[in-house]
Design a protein around this ligand. Structure first.
Ligand SMILES: NC(=O)C1=CN([C@@H]2O[C@H](COP(=O)(O)OP(=O)(O)OC[C@H]3O[C@@H](n4cnc5c(N)ncnc54)[C@H](OP(=O)(O)O)[C@@H]3O)[C@@H](O)[C@H]2O)C=CC1
Ligand SMILES: Nc1c(N[C@@H]2O[C@H](COP(=O)(O)O)[C@@H](O)[C@H]2O)[nH]c(=O)[nH]c1=O
Length: 373
């Protein structure tokens, strides 16, 4: 299962759900303060993706406007602007579009349907053209971005792009701005089209933040994909554990309700007896108010009994005030019996299990299950 960047989808819509009207000029839904907020989000990302139709219709520059933000990126060793990314099946992209001509930025065009060759000829040095075959698979696109060093991707739309990313379950965080007017245009473009979305009435998104920005409202949602992303992060962390035949390799990450990482740790990180969860928990000050709404991601079920330390990890998790835990694998009874999931649930915590990631954790711990252990 290849790794992928954290994906933030961002859109501004009218109260009746339009991204744009049918007019040729670009419809401004955000106000100045909100465009500045979007600029800040852009500056926090490694790449910005829009669909080819948005390039054709809006001719966006997709740059960080604030020179201070560009300077801060450069000071942190990053390029002044994020990479610009688009995808096309028709190959209908104008080399004179601002996407290709404005600002210093890397550019990638993901091409499908046999258009890569002619695009490469037409675009020359303006962009890297990646051929993704007959039908463009978004997971393959994200895996390629990961390999190119993109860790945080901003998807700015338009409608078809948002629909495809959201229905594929590939959006971790959604930033939705509502502008205080109606569009009501039959030729306008809605935020998303029809489709099967992972978050229907039975699986509501988690509301991370609501912010008033002048006359618009920003709602920030965390999606189920984010649990998958952070748990995968915890699992990858467990690969750093010093190897031993007598304990599991575990990784843990604590993330606050706004989707920001608070701490991480892995087994035996600072001491041979360390457990991943206790290392991560020790890095957040006790009583930090963010813990009450934070999520602990652990590759393995938190332990309920220990020989080497007085307090097991399920108890430490509850004592820290954490009420939401996401795990990949229940601990097999190799060393001790573990009832972490039950203990956490009995104490009122929500425990989410993502069993499709369990085989990866088992693979990292495969040496514990060999006969000559
Ligand atoms: N208010 C807001 O926040 C925003 C509004 N917008 C608005 O959205 C509108 C554009 O939205 P929309 O018309 O849906 O177009 P999109 O911007 O979503 O682009 C769609 C195009 O992207 C390419 N594409 C998408 N998925 C694939 C795939 N799987 N394989 C290959 N190519 C793919 C295709 O390009 P091709 O046709 O070349 O094959 C397709 O036509 C504009 O009016 C714009 O103003 C856009 C962004 C933000
Ligand atoms: N109209 C609209 C948005 N449109 C997005 O902004 C892009 C323009 O980028 P740039 O040329 O760099 O300023 C455009 O193509 C589309 O992706 N975004 C928003 O947050 N709010 C808005 O009201």
């Amino acid at each position: 299962m290849p790794r992928r960047p954290y994906v933030v989808a961002s859109a501004a819509m009218s109260v009746d759900g339009y991204l744009d009207d049918g007019d040729v000029t670009r419809l401004l839904l955000s106000n100045d303060a909100d465009f500045d907020r979007v600029d800040d989000v852009r500056a926090s990302c490694d790449a910005i993706l829009v669909g080819a139709e948005t390039i054709r219709r809006d001719d966006p520059r997709l740059l960080v406007r604030s020179s201070l933000r560009r300077q801060a990126r450069v000071a942190a060793g990053r390029p002044a602007n994020p990479w610009k990314v688009t995808l096309t099946g028709s190959g209908d992209l104008d080399p004179n579009a601002a996407f290709f001509t404005a600002g210093e930025a890397g550019r990638i065009v993901y091409a499908a349907g046999g258009t890569a060759g002619s695009l490469t000829d037409r675009l020359g040095d303006l962009a890297v053209v990646v051929d993704l075959g007959e039908r463009l698979d978004l997971s393959a696109l994200l895996a390629d971005l990961w390999v190119r060093g993109i860790r945080r991707l901003l998807v700015e739309g338009g409608s078809r792009i948002h629909t495809e990313f959201l229905t594929a379950g590939l959006v971790d965080e959604l930033h939705l701005v509502v502008a205080p007017f109606f569009v009501g245009d039959p030729d306008g473009t809605r935020f998303v089209g029809a489709g099967t979305f992972p978050h229907g009435p039975d699986q509501r998104m988690r509301l991370a933040e609501v912010r008033q920005i002048g006359d618009v409202v920003l709602a920030r949602y965390l999606l189920a994909a984010a649990d998958h992303f952070w748990l995968r992060e915890a699992i990858e962390l467990s690969r750093l554990c010093p190897r031993t035949e007598s304990a599991y390799a575990v990784g843990a990450v604590i993330v606050d309700a706004e989707g920001r990482e608070l701490a991480r740790g892995y087994s035996r990180e600072t001491d041979p007896n360390d457990h991943a969860e206790e290392v991560a928990l020790s890095r957040v000050p006790p009583g930090d108010p963010r813990l009450a709404t934070a999520t602990l991601y652990s590759s393995l079920e938190p332990c309920t009994s220990r020989a080497s330390r007085p307090r097991p990890c399920a108890e430490l998790t509850l004592a820290a005030g954490i009420r939401r835990v996401v795990i990949a694998w229940r601990e097999p009874a190799l060393f001790v019996d573990c009832h972490g999931v039950e203990q956490l649930r009995e104490a009122g915590a929500e425990v989410v299990e993502i069993p499709e990631l369990a085989p990866l954790v088992r693979e990292i711990n495969a040496h514990l299950f060999t006969a000559d252990r």
